[in-house]
Design a protein around this ligand. Structure first.
Ligand SMILES: NC(=O)C1=CN([C@@H]2O[C@H](COP(=O)(O)OP(=O)(O)OC[C@H]3O[C@@H](n4cnc5c(N)ncnc54)[C@H](O)[C@@H]3O)[C@@H](O)[C@H]2O)C=CC1
Ligand SMILES: CC(C)CCC[C@@H](C)[C@H]1CC[C@H]2C3=C(CC[C@]12C)[C@@]1(C)CCC(=O)[C@@H](C)[C@@H]1CC3
Length: 344
């Protein structure tokens, strides 16, 4: 009993030095877990955490980091802006299979994957989408393509007979202090004068999820992951449960940081096909010069379509509810990015 209870509170966060991963680490520490972090880059110090630096594409690197732990959280991924098909495939697909294999060899009982709500998104409206929607047949980018492969692999690995239980958490539009993708890219776009117009009519509702709520959903999933639990082998949307017009959210952040917010809309399809043409042009010019367009077809689609999801399943099976309301999350985020304030 002592062994099980001692192992029961030991866990490893793969990708724990990332934006979401560090919030999961902080939440686990608050709850009294013994926490290890495995990451390819160490980005913070904490005497309470045991760090293992390695590459999850090398299964041998993983073994020391997951020895004698009950639960592994896997939230590692290359950033969506990498746009490197091989990298995404190696890390998100092959790397995830390494994690499953290493977990089974080490006797890990629980694997909580950070998947993505984008695994069902093909660039068209999704309104209050449930987890039963089919996987995207035509993912819009390599990132999404490999997140689909990753989630399928993890959920298929759920094996009660081997005492190995898995679950996938599908967040959408995670935001908060220390985020590396959303606010920094939005500010760069504003500083480049590219936020004078919004894409579409500004009415499309989208889920943005405050990062503490996503971490909370991961811990709830781990706590409900055990033999005969209805949570095993399933995917769960974790959102703020407060869909908001995309450009209203963007404007809240921009105005909070003293940047002008867009007032006029441009036709969505016009911008989408322009972005697709630009992407093709950049592909043709790549041998000569690598250009990373701000407005990729995926970002334009995210900015111009409805895509929000039901988290009813998480509420019913895990007792999930957001701990930080959207408005408070936005205020905390703006405060956390004072260093990116517009001082002109
Ligand atoms: N940021 C968002 O809006 C959303 C993110 N997600 C998912 O959440 C997870 C975390 O995302 P973020 O925290 O935003 O990303 P992030 O880029 O801040 O963190 C990812 C972490 O994974 C690590 N990593 C990457 N490749 C690795 C490798 N080969 N070996 C070991 N570690 C490696 C990185 O060093 C980094 O610390 C990802 O799986 C992402 O797909 C899902 C939905 C929305
Ligand atoms: C002005 C620009 C058109 C928008 C600037 C902000 C964007 C960089 C973000 C707005 C929505 C964000 C988003 C993601 C990344 C950053 C944005 C495009 C994801 C693609 C990150 C990974 C995921 O899994 C998706 C669910 C996210 C969807 C929203």
């Amino acid at each position: 009993m002592a062994t099980r209870s001692r192992k029961g509170k030991k866990c490893t966060v793969i990708g724990g030095c990332g934006f979401l991963g560090r919030y999961i680490v902080e939440r686990l520490l608050e709850e009294g877990y013994t926490v290890s972090v495995f990451d390819i880059a160490k980005t913070f110090e904490d005497d309470r955490v045991k760090f293992f630096v390695g590459d999850l594409c090398q299964e041998k690197d993983l073994a020391p980091a997951i020895s004698d732990v009950q639960t592994v959280f896997h939230c590692a991924s290359p950033p969506p802006s990498s746009d490197d098909r091989d990298l995404f495939y190696r890390v998100n697909f092959v790397g995830t299979k390494n994690i499953i294999s290493a977990c089974k060899k080490a006797g890990v009982q629980k694997l909580v994957l950070t998947s993505s709500a984008s695994v069902v998104y093909e660039g068209t409206d999704i309104k209050n989408g449930t987890e039963d929607l089919p996987y995207a047949k035509k993912p819009m980018d390599y990132y999404t393509e490999t997140k689909v492969l990753q989630e399928k692999e993890v959920l298929a690995a759920n094996s009660p007979e081997e005492n190995f239980f898995t679950v996938a958490i599908r967040p959408h539009g995670i935001f908060g202090p220390r985020d590396r993708q959303l606010v920094p890219i939005l500010v760069d776009t504003a500083r480049a004068g590219k936020t004078k117009f919004m894409i579409g009519n500004g009415e499309n509702l989208v889920d943005f999820t405050y990062v503490v709520n996503v971490a909370h959903g991961h811990l709830l999933a781990a706590e409900h992951l055990h033999k005969d639990s209805p949570v095993c082998g399933k995917a769960f949307h974790i959102t703020n449960d407060e869909p908001i017009p995309f450009w209203t959210f963007m404007s809240r952040i921009l105005e909070g940081l003293n940047y002008p917010s867009p007032k006029m809309g441009l036709p969505y399809l016009l911008i989408y096909y322009l972005a697709a043409f630009l992407q093709l042009l950049c592909l043709l010019l790549k041998p000569i010069k690598e250009i990373k367009p701000t407005f990729t077809p995926m970002r334009v689609a995210l900015a111009g379509t409805y895509h929000y999801y039901s988290c009813q399943r998480a509420k019913q099976l895990m007792g999930y509810k957001p701990v930080v309301p959207l408005d408070e999350g936005i205020k905390l985020t703006v405060k956390g990015y004072a260093h990116l304030q517009n001082n002109n």
